[in-house]
Design a protein around this ligand. Structure first.
Ligand SMILES: [Zn+2]
Length: 869
């Protein structure tokens, strides 16, 4: 009986929700969503195509007040858009306004009276960003409702205020591919009647879910690295306007309520008091609006803004007021909450609509104060850059392409970077022009620069102390994301802080974005060398794909007075056709790789070019294990780094289908992080061993390395706290009749090593080993979690990379004191030969968010240089 009653309750229609905006009259010439898509804003989860179609219809119906910007295209070919809404008067001179908005963002050239004119004339720009996680569905519904309301409401005082004082930018979908995936599976899983049961198919997303984009990235971590096209297009559009208020509109778990700032601590170290005070103004206004309509909410919990790659924090580092809004998600049209209430998609749209309109109105109300504080933020940033180090010099002499890529990444965030045109003398060193870039610190983006380039961004000390106490009591820490992201550390680029301007001749990188070094190759008697590095690896991947014959140096050598490290690519005329110079040049130009013609190969020091330590490379046939039990992000990062970052053809095979594959069809098998015990049984393990003995290269990382160790494929062990191996008996600690140390006595006898909350740890590499090709022997490794492996012994393999000594271990972020002794000297990259093949194991994920360029290079070394060794 009870069961039947419960079922009956599930199919009850939820109580009608309040109107979006009670009493508002709308202009009939502006299309409703019903007219364009056949359903209302709150009736259905609008698919991406219809969202864009609706925004097109709005822009067409109100060309005097709305303009649709096409900001880019996703990996799956869907457009990303941003709608600009302004008064007719402002829209008529939008280009001039954009110029003025950018002028206000750069106080260096602004006279006082000009600044006052801008502050009195310019609108405040409010950017409403939606659905960065594609399964956070009601946010895009609200985006359409807000756009309609702003364009169609008649005689509404709030809308008039917003249009009088502001420009509103609406990005309805930051992740169209993820939303499309959600809508597809939700539609497919639907019952005849909307099913509120949380476990029902329509609420239970199959892997990988709609949160992530095509390459399974969390786009709300990608704002500074901008590896994904969705992010690049969006940031470029925002930089045209330099918005003053940026709201990232999300959804969270269905049993919560609604979240808006004030944000949780810890905030980012570079946030100003004025930003915090203004954030409070928005929080209070939202609270009043929610109280009036009877909506529950919470603040100051969970969602911090410490990491600068979020939609809330990247804009804050630029001087905007940033906010994250979170609505409890129905993950469908209606969800039964644990408190027995029914939560609807329609409720989500209503709450987001209410918050968004209130936000735009608050910005409009405080227009002048916000503009003034924005200008003050940018001016104080310039002043900060005149008091400390005057320039940050970035250099990577051993791999110039690495520093160049980093410089270009900074430029995409609106940071000014100059390329050296002559050798730069700084800090007692003379750096070559090639691979050296200078970041002047007295620029309005100073705080973002400090965030991205400083080795360490401090976290609120009281907060950190509370985490230490929580750890001592075996409570999880409250750190929401990583504690370090410093790009020079993760990119194998040296950062030198210059106290005085270096005075070197430079050229701005900002206005010559696609500047590639011109490479024209002269004919050479013997052939060409490509010193190994990030650009050379990408060039070699393409050259192999195009069928060029390339060899790889297994040792260092000196030729023509220049030293070449292990890994140097050797492209001989005799191996290739007469068109080699042209083909090689076009590839090298595309990837910015250096090519050195050689007429004489008589090496007098080091390895001979005809030595049997020189190996012939072939295009590797790569299998990437896809799908569960692989970890979503790790699978996606690996696939992205292979296919897009380095241009390596890759066959993604679902883990459940590995049994159908003849491993001998592949040279490399990559297991992204995950525990593969459930899909790789004893029989398949034997097959992998045989395949490796026959020349196969297996690559594991993070949790798949733990799995490889526990399954016996890899000759090491994952350690428990204190250094014992997993599975060993804990020591007998009974010491009867002795006074006890209380804290020691309550400590568990067997537990995982101390957790590391995403820190950058110093890694030392054996530079003579081919796996370390292209590095300078010391890199930053992103360490996250509880993985510590015992070093592999000499009879079984090589620890190509290990962490530094305890007192030299931490490059940035938080590593708890208890964790340091156990991490010190432990391997992060192991090489275990198996017959003619090998197992290459990373202790952590080398492709972390695709911005850990140094470890990514080690990963691609394993793929390109490993096979046939
Ligand atoms: Zn989200």
């Amino acid at each position: 009986m009870l069961k039947a009653f419960a079922l009956f309750a599930l199919i009850q229609v939820p109580a009608p929700t309040q109107e979006l905006s009670p009493g508002t009259r709308y202009d009939a010439s502006i299309p409703t969503l019903v007219q364009v898509a056949g359903h209302d804003f709150r009736e259905e989860i609008t698919p991406p195509k219809q969202v864009v179609a609706y925004f097109e219809a709005l822009a067409e119906a109100a060309p005097d007040r709305a303009e649709l910007m096409w900001t880019g295209e996703t990996w799956e070919g869907r457009p990303t858009v941003m709608l600009v809404i302004a008064s007719a008067e402002r829209m008529a001179r939008l280009q001039a306004l954009k110029t003025d908005l950018r002028l206000l963002a750069d106080p260096r050239t602004l006279e006082d009276d000009e600044a006052e004119r801008l502050i009195s004339e310019l609108p405040v720009v409010t950017a409403l960003m939606h659905g960065v996680h594609g399964n956070e569905i009601s946010s895009s519904g609200a985006a359409m409702a807000v756009a309609y309301h702003l364009l169609a409401a008649q005689g509404d005082a709030t809308v008039e205020l917003i249009l009088r004082e502001s420009i509103v930018l609406i990005d309805p979908m930051q992740n169209p591919d993820g939303r499309a995936r959600f809508v597809f599976q939700n539609t497919m899983g639907r019952a005849r009647w909307e099913d509120a049961a949380p476990a029902s198919a329509e609420h239970d997303e199959p892997w990988p879910g709609g949160r992530v984009n095509h390459y399974l990235f969390d786009l709300n971590r990608d704002w500074f690295a901008q590896t994904q096209p969705e992010t690049r297009g969006r940031v470029a559009a925002l930089l045209e306007f330099m918005p003053h208020v940026v709201v990232d509109v999300h959804e969270m778990g269905g049993n919560s309520t609604y979240y808006f700032p004030p944000n949780a601590i810890p905030g980012n170290a570079w946030t100003t008091d004025e930003q915090r005070e203004l954030t409070d103004v928005f929080g209070a206004a939202n609270a009043a609006a929610f109280d009036e309509r009877g909506f529950a909410y919470f603040n100051r919990d969970t969602y911090d803004a410490f990491y600068p790659g979020y939609g809330v924090s990247w804009p804050m580092a630029q001087g905007a007021i940033g906010a994250t809004y979170e609505q409890a998600s129905a993950r469908g049209l209606v969800l039964l909450r644990s408190d027995g209430d029914q939560l609807t998609y329609a409720d989500g749209v209503l709450h987001h609509f209410t918050a968004a309109i209130q936000t735009a109105a608050t910005a409009a109300t405080h227009r002048e104060r916000i503009l003034r504080s924005f200008l003050e933020f940018r001016a104080s940033a310039v002043a900060l850059g005149r008091s400390g180090p005057r320039e940050y010099v970035l250099t990577s002499e051993h791999d110039p392409g690495m520093a160049r890529r980093l410089a270009e990444t900074l430029v995409r965030s609106g940071i000014e970077v100059n390329k050296a045109l002559e050798p730069v003398t700084v800090g007692g060193r003379t750096l070559p022009a090639e691979g050296t870039y200078i970041v002047p610190m007295d620029q309005p983006t100073h705080r973002l620069i400090r965030n991205l380039l400083d080795p360490h961004t401090p976290m609120d000390a009281d907060f950190v102390q509370r985490q230490i106490e929580r750890r001592a009591n075996r409570l999880p820490d409250q750190i929401y994301d990583v504690t370090a992201w410093s790009l020079p550390s993760l990119w194998d680029v040296d950062l030198i802080m210059a106290d005085r301007p270096t005075g070197a001749a430079t050229v701005s990188l900002n206005y010559t974005r696609q500047m590639n070094d011109v490479v024209s190759l002269r004919d050479a008697t013997v052939g060409y060398l490509m010193p190994w590095g990030t650009n050379a690896a990408a060039a070699v991947a393409e050259a192999l794909r195009q069928g060029l014959r390339i060899r790889s140096a297994g040792g260092a050598f000196t030729l023509g007075g220049r030293e070449y490290a292990v890994g140097t690519a050797i492209i001989r005329n005799s191996d290739n056709g007469p068109d080699l110079p042209q083909r090689l040049a076009s590839i090298a130009i595309r990837h910015g790789a250096e090519v050195v013609p050689i007429d004489d190969s008589y090496v007098r020091e080091g390895m001979s070019l005809g030595s049997n330590r020189v190996r012939h490379l072939t295009e590797p046939r790569v299998l990437l294990v896809y799908d569960q039990p692989g970890q979503t992000y790790s699978v996606g990062w690996a696939r992205y780094v292979l296919e897009q970052r380095y241009g390596q053809r890759t066959t993604a095979v679902r883990a459940s289908s590995l049994g159908r594959v003849d491993f001998s069809d592949f040279d490399v098998i990559v297991f992204p992080s995950g525990n593969y015990g459930s899909v790789v049984g004893d029989g398949m393990q034997d097959e992998l061993r045989t395949w490796m003995s026959d020349g196969g290269t297996m690559i594991t990382m993070a949790e798949s390395t733990r799995w490889a160790a526990s399954s016996g494929l890899l000759a090491t062990t994952a350690e428990r706290r204190g250094g014992r191996a997993e599975g060993d008996e804990p020591p007998d600690s009974s010491t009867a009749d002795q006074p006890i140390d209380f804290l020691e006595a309550i400590g568990p006898s067997d537990e995982a090593p101390e957790q590391t909350p995403g820190a950058i740890v110093r890694g030392l590499l054996d530079t003579g080993h081919w796996l370390a090709s292209g590095t300078d022997g010391e890199i930053g490794v992103l360490v996250e979690g509880t993985r510590v492996f015992s070093p592999i012994t000499l009879d079984r393999g090589t620890n190509v990379g290990r962490y530094a000594e305890a007192d030299d271990l931490v490059m940035g972020g938080i590593v708890w004191e208890d964790a340091k002794p156990q991490l010190a000297n432990k391997p992060f990259l192991m090489h275990q030969p198996m017959g003619r093949g090998q197992l290459i194991a990373f202790a952590e994920d080398p492709n972390y968010r695709a911005y850990a360029e140094a470890t990514q290079l080690l990963f691609i070394n394993a793929v390109l240089l490993g096979p046939g060794r």
